[in-house]
Design a binder for this molecule. Structure first.
Ligand code: FMN
Length: 405
């Protein structure tokens, strides 16, 4: 009954807690992690140029930073996977000096440690020697002619406490930039181990990105994709609640990814706990992806997911960059209209109760009922719990990811 009028559609949030010297003012809609290697040089150039013009961020993916990211000048989130590309020692371990050299670059705004991604959680990756071109070898800091492995787990840490120390080291050596991690939730107890390690070490990440099992990739085992890990909505609400329950939610910003392409998708996910949204395939469509799905064959017909120079010519970088900028701007515009129609002033004002969901044919429930929120500090008070979160919490420990029983 009381729609508002929103003129500024440049919706932003600040990422970076009190221990962060260089907080980042991020758009609430950014380009999700996709590596150079998975995507072509022209695709990366177009995405980055589009992000620069539109004032939003471009996640490098785990393949490291390369010249096509740098040419565009758009804000980068530097993602570090278990292969440590761009900060990798000859034996595949993490090289902190190489990391620092990359991370202090002013174009890099945040550091994201990838624990897992939705399409293949718990699964490593192998870049075959045949795909390692001189450019990819340069970007990833790996030799040519040898298969290059990303192990399923990070070699730099093996316990929750060690993981927090690692994040602390990254923040210090990046000059105090926001540091966080991305994961697709698997065993919920393991995430609670991480939360306990935050409380114990007092090293609190600045952000967490929750990917859903519906996540995409150019290279996931078919049996994994869409089956392993939690869907985005359940994973996000669990993480949101676990942080609330541990009294840490106000120190950590939450990003979410998983088929979030429209204003409505964004509004709904902001309502149930996300602070910002990433999209991978939405921005792929903006640069011409038609989901032909031969990504793993190097024969992408539209030049998006191929290293074949001839095929890449299908992408006119300037034209596609403008489409990337427009897709973002028009989606934000649609989001502003939806926010205004609901009588709100900012998309972050959406709450679970603004959304109804159908349980059965004759029954609608509110978001508050569908996704009940854990009371602030609940896990620390050890009150009786009907959802089993407390049982899980009591089985989690900061010293190890393994269950003790
Ligand atoms: C071609 C492609 C490459 C990807 N590469 C990475 C990667 O390097 N690191 C990562 O964390 N996620 C990667 N992802 C996952 C996305 O960042 C994202 O989390 C997931 O696809 C869900 O978002 P979407 O539904 O908008 O695609 C990739 C996805 C695609 C489609």
């Amino acid at each position: 009954m009381q729609p508002t009028h929103i003129t500024d559609t440049n919706f932003r949030i600040t990422i970076g807690g009190p221990n962060c010297a260089q907080p980042y003012s991020a758009s609430i809609y950014n380009i999700s992690a996709m590596s150079f290697g998975a995507l072509s040089a022209n695709a990366i150039s177009a995405l980055n140029k589009g992000a620069a013009a539109g004032g939003f961020a471009h996640d490098t993916g785990e393949g490291g930073i390369n010249r096509y990211h740098r040419q565009g000048g758009g804000d980068l989130i530097y993602e570090i996977g278990s292969g440590y590309f761009g900060c990798r020692a000859a034996d595949g371990s993490f090289d902190v000096e190489k990391f620092a050299a990359q991370a202090v670059d002013p174009q890099v705004k945040m550091i994201e440690v990838k624990l897992s991604q939705g399409a293949k959680p718990g699964h490593g990756g192998l870049l075959p020697a045949s795909k390692i071109s001189p450019e990819i070898a340069e970007a990833r800091g790996v030799p040519m002619g040898i298969d290059c492995e990303s192990p399923a787990a990070h070699p730099a840490f093996s316990t929750p406490l060690e993981m927090m120390a690692f994040l602390g080291q990254l923040r210090a050596r990046s000059g105090g930039k926001p540091v966080g991690f991305k994961l697709c939730i698997g065993h919920r107890r393991e995430f609670m181990c991480i939360v306990k390690a935050m409380l114990e070490t007092r090293i609190v990440p600045d952000f967490i990105v929750v990917d859903g099992k519906e996540g995409g990739t150019g290279a996931a085992p078919l049996e994994f994709a869409n089956h392993v890990g939690m869907p985005m909505v359940e994973g996000l609400t669990f993480v949101h609640n676990a942080l609330l329950g541990a009294g840490l939610r106000d120190q950590i910003k939450l990003g979410a990814a998983g088929k979030l392409l429209t204003a409505f998708d964004i509004a709904r996910v902001l309502a149930i706990g996300a602070d910002w949204i990433n999209s991978a395939r939405g921005f792929m469509f903006a640069i011409g992806c038609i989901q032909a799905q031969p990504c793993h064959t190097n024969r992408c017909p539209v030049g998006v997911a191929t290293q074949d120079k001839l095929r890449q010519r299908a992408i006119d970088v300037d034209d596609k960059a403008a489409r990337v900028t427009r897709f973002h701007a028009n989606t934000m515009c649609a989001l502003s209209e939806m926010t205004a129609a609901a009588g709100l002033m900012h998309p972050s004002d959406f709450l679970p109760r603004h959304f109804l969901t159908r349980l059965r044919d004759e029954q609608m429930i509110t978001g508050d009922e569908a996704y009940p929120s854990m009371p602030e500090g609940f896990l620390l008070r050890a009150e009786p719990d009907k959802h089993g979160d407390l049982i899980r919490w009591n089985r989690a420990r900061a010293e190890s990811f393994a269950p003790f029983d």
